[in-house]
Unconditional design. Structure first.
Length: 298
């Protein structure tokens, strides 16, 4: 038996983050409709998280059609939703303790593809408990999605969550792998199956609106220095968006910080242009005989 105390403060903060996030995700999803603005929904969700007592753990991701992850509106973005497949991926931090969730809102008439990732997540959650191998979880995700006639996206995975660390071990694969780790009671992990009618391997696009700190370093340019100060103080090692920076020419500042190896970007990840990707994600606390889904709708 493990002696993890699941009532410890850090778990309470994970739960609080999950509760805020469930509410914001469900309300944000309802706002997604043809003609609605990406930027308005992202900013609405990020503000709502703060109103409810959390901080966004990363910029609201709004990925459309062939995009799988890492898309977020830029400054003055005027994009609106069409009859598309939309993945909303949102995170909340409470003192660095995180919750991460995603849902597909399908306005493109492809219910089955949206269902495939949702069903795969349900099957994975059924399996989660102390002692289960992550490769087993990957196997049910793969089998469920293939049962719908689609492919899992195999180069995106679920992940552990640690304080101010949005992607830590263990990886939760979206396919059967033999190299595998055993989950333990007290592990906090995000499980996120992606389903696609494409190849199942996403590649990096050219757009980049999300960044994160690598190291503090001295930079000469004033704008870059101010941006770095804000990043270190406000976002720490969590991802942030260009539009979150309070400096005069944020894109220029970011370019300089990248060149100084102070930050790195997260390029948009996508399938081929004619394909579609759906995603569903919950954060769980692993227990001896199952798991507690922190981001479940209340
Ligand atoms: Co995640």
């Amino acid at each position: 038996m493990s002696d993890v105390d699941l009532s410890a403060e850090k778990y309470e903060k994970h739960r609080q983050a999950g509760e805020i996030l469930a509410e914001v995700r469900d309300e944000a999803a309802e706002r997604v409709e043809v003609g609605a603005s990406h930027l308005e929904i992202a900013e609405w969700a990020e503000d709502r998280i703060r109103e409810l007592g959390g901080e966004p753990a990363f910029p609201v991701n709004i990925s459309v059609d062939e995009e799988a992850a890492h898309a977020t509106p830029g400054i003055d973005d005027e994009t609106t939703f069409g009859e598309e497949m939309i993945n909303l991926d949102i995170g909340v931090s409470v003192d660095g303790w995180l919750a991460d969730t995603a849902v597909t809102i399908d306005l493109s008439g492809q219910d089955e593809l949206a269902e495939a990732s949702a069903e795969a997540l349900d099957a994975a959650l059924e399996l989660v408990e102390a002692g289960v191998e992550t490769g087993e979880i990957g196997r049910v995700v793969e089998e469920t999605i293939e049962g719908y006639g689609f492919n899992p996206v195999v180069n995106l995975t679920g992940h552990g969550l640690d304080q101010y660390e949005q992607h830590t071990d263990p990886n939760i694969p979206n396919r059967a792998v033999s190299q595998s780790v055993v989950l333990e009671a007290g592990d906090v992990v995000a499980i996120e199956p992606f389903a696609t009618d494409g190849s199942g391997k996403v590649r990096e696009g050219s757009d980049e609106e999300i960044f994160a700190l690598d190291r503090e370093t001295s930079v000469r340019d004033r704008g870059a220095r101010q941006a770095l100060e804000q990043i270190v103080e406000e976002f720490k090692t969590l991802p942030f968006a260009t539009r979150w920076l309070d400096v005069r020419r944020p894109s220029m500042a970011l370019k300089r910080l990248k060149r100084a190896d102070a930050i790195h970007g997260y390029p948009v990840l996508k399938e081929e242009a004619e394909n579609y990707v759906s995603q569903k994600e919950h954060t769980v606390i692993v227990t001896e005989d199952g798991c507690e889904v922190t981001t479940r709708s209340r």
